[in-house]
Ligand binder design. Sequence first.
Ligand code: EPU
Length: 339
Amino acid sequence: MTDLAASLIPDFDLTTRNTLALEARSRFGLLLDHPDQLPDLFSYATDSDLPVRILGGGSNVVLAPEFHGITALLTLRGRAVIGETADHVLIEASAGENWHDLVQWTVNRGLGGLENLALIPGTVGAAPVQNIGAYGAELSEFLHTLRAFDRSSGTTLTFSRDECGFAYRDSVFKQHPDRFVVLSVQLALRKNWTANLAFAGLSELAQAADLTPRMVMDQVIALRTSKLPDWTVTPNAGSFFQNPIVPETQAASILAEFPAAPCYPQPDGRMKLSAGWLIERSGLKGYRLGPAGISERHALVLVNHGGARQADISALADHVKATVLARFGIALHEEPIFL
Ligand code: EPU
């Protein structure tokens, strides 16, 4: 426990550790590179009456300017092919690995599956928390098992895919942020790879001869680069709102006014609408409120034009929600986590 106290970094600056580049500090920081440190961390925090929060790549968070506790950055590393079944190759990766590096690492080994999820910012440990998804794929399709530290029992648990409670941008880990710390994932990648080209910008690849995971990955990278602002240039947290899933009747009234509105039927009969489209049609693309703004490239992305703090992003998000509600009668919900 004394070791842990010695590892704490006082007045830890997090401004460069969140992709929105919000000005943020924590009373203490901790670089956590071994899972054995977790029990010590939580018992020290309890004894010292300090709250703890865990941060990965900081790509899906809206940080408060001051946190009067310990912010632990998970830096656990390691990735390996660990085995195979008749149909799948199993890989394991630790929470602190960079997600996109892992995608490239699998594709470099000729393993397909993750290529549609290329270039998503953040860490492997954060990926299952919000069940990252893009271009017709979601992490949950590939997750075999997951190991997480359970703060309530002080033990490490193994979760099957079903036990993770995955849904669109959701999981048990997102529902219980103060309870679980994701330590590693095992992913099952099909040996008999078939490309997932259902998404509009990928479908032309279906004509390509000798299609490989790398060709799909390169196309996904080109699509993302052309559509989404680069957080290293214009700080942002990706999609700021979830795409709303509404009753069929509500979608029908929007389609009656805008027949070309993007609209995706769900298995339960409801319709998923595009939040970016709703925000753009509400006249907010490129809108600015103080140092916060809506990207001119993609209306679903809130950006920091310089010096923004959590309150600036919150004020803009509230304005977007109120405007879309007034125009379309639809309530949007934030995707990033406010910490
Ligand atoms: N659209 C507009 N105006 C805009 C932006 C988009 O009208 O400013 C329209 C597009 O024309 C398109 C539709 O909205 O018809 C959907 O846009 P897009 O293909 O860019 O996808 P999205 O629904 O906005 C989702 C994910 C992204 C993921 C893309 C690609 C959510 C909340 N977002 O965005 O994920 O990359 O699909 O599959 O589900 C993220 O979560 O951070 C993220 C970037």
